[in-house]
Structures are given as C-alpha cells and as structure tokens.
Design a protein around this ligand. Structure first.
Ligand SMILES: [Zn+2]
Length: 66
C-alpha cells in the first residue's frame, strides 16, 4: 500500500515525518502500534495523532496543512 505524500508543516514549512510508536498494553502483553505525523523542526512541535493507521495520521496532517 502506497501512502499519501506528507505535506510540509503548516506552521513553519519544514518537512514532516511519520512516526511509529509501539507500546505494550500491560494487561494483554500484546504490542500495539500508533502512528503520528510530526514536524521535523524541533522548535516547532507541530504534531497530529496518534492514529490507528499510518494513512489516517497522514490524512489528518494533510487536512490541517491545506
Ligand atoms: Zn513545523
């Protein structure tokens, strides 16, 4: 599955990247993943998510960027 292109940050214009966060759910010990899109400018902190799928995270980000 090809993911949509991630638009630049609407706040500062820097490239944004997809971030995958994996964490353990204590009571089941299963690994879950969440996806966020965040600005690569460390002084900006723009971020969306977490969402359940990479596509959702990118869609939410791109909607905000337009
Ligand atoms: Zn930014």
């Amino acid at each position: 599955m090809k993911l949509p292109e991630i638009k630049p940050c609407p706040h500062c214009g820097s490239p944004a990247r997809l971030d995958t966060q994996r964490f353990k759910v204590d009571y089941t010990s299963t690994l879950q993943a969440e996806y966020a899109v965040e600005c690569t400018n460390l002084k900006c902190w723009a971020t969306v998510g977490p969402q359940d799928t990479p596509r959702e995270a990118i869609d939410v980000w791109n909607q905000r960027a337009t």
